[in-house]
Design a protein. Structure first.
Length: 193
């Protein structure tokens, strides 16, 4: 092979997106996390249920739960279930709520004036893979900007489509100002488009 390093890994493709894939996805993430020795997992978890499930199955790592900003579904309200939030807090799992890195103000501009912004084009391009891939990239940027994870360190990010989890990637996060330096190293699993 002339000194070329070759790595072969499997990607799991779920037949359809959604919550039914959550348990299998967490098992796949646990296996890959152990293989790579990764210490940080980000979980897109609006109600907190998925983050709680991850913490039940994967121990002795840093988990961050990322949710929608207040007012995303209902004006002035967060979607995280207070009972679940309490359990996550007891496990030292932070819940981070913030504007979406790949829409936020851009969506407000488009809603008001029409058209599309460059940030929305990035988001739509990632959706060509899956909604979960877009979510994984987005929440990694949000968590890096909040100082909840270190920029430049490989992490596992779990995302999904609507509810539950159906996508996981290994990536190196960056701050919003360096978005094109973000690197997706591996897709652990995703729904097949």
């Amino acid at each position: 092979m002339n000194g070329v390093y070759l790595m072969k890994k499997n990607i799991t493709y779920f037949e359809k997106p959604g919550i039914d894939n959550t348990d299998e996805l967490i098992a796949l993430v646990k296996e890959r996390q152990e293989e790579l020795g990764i210490n940080n997992i980000l979980v897109a978890s609006n109600t907190g249920k998925t983050a709680l499930k991850v913490s039940n199955e994967i121990k002795n790592i840093n988990i961050v739960s990322v949710t929608h900003h207040a007012g995303f579904r209902e004006k002035g309200k967060l979607e995280t279930d207070p009972k679940i939030a309490k359990q996550l807090k007891e496990r030292n799992i932070p819940i981070y709520a913030s504007s979406h890195a790949l829409s936020g103000v851009s969506r407000g501009i488009s809603n008001k004036f029409g058209g599309v912004t460059p940030v929305e084009i990035i988001a739509q391009t990632l959706r060509m893979f899956s909604q979960g891939i877009k979510v994984c990239v987005e929440i990694s940027i949000m968590a890096a900007d909040a100082g909840l994870i270190d920029e430049g360190e490989e992490i596992i990010v779990i995302g999904g489509t609507s509810q539950g989890a159906d996508t996981a990637v290994v990536l190196t996060p960056v701050h919003m100002s360096s978005v094109f330096d973000l690197r997706i190293h591996e897709i652990i699993a995703m729904p097949r488009p």
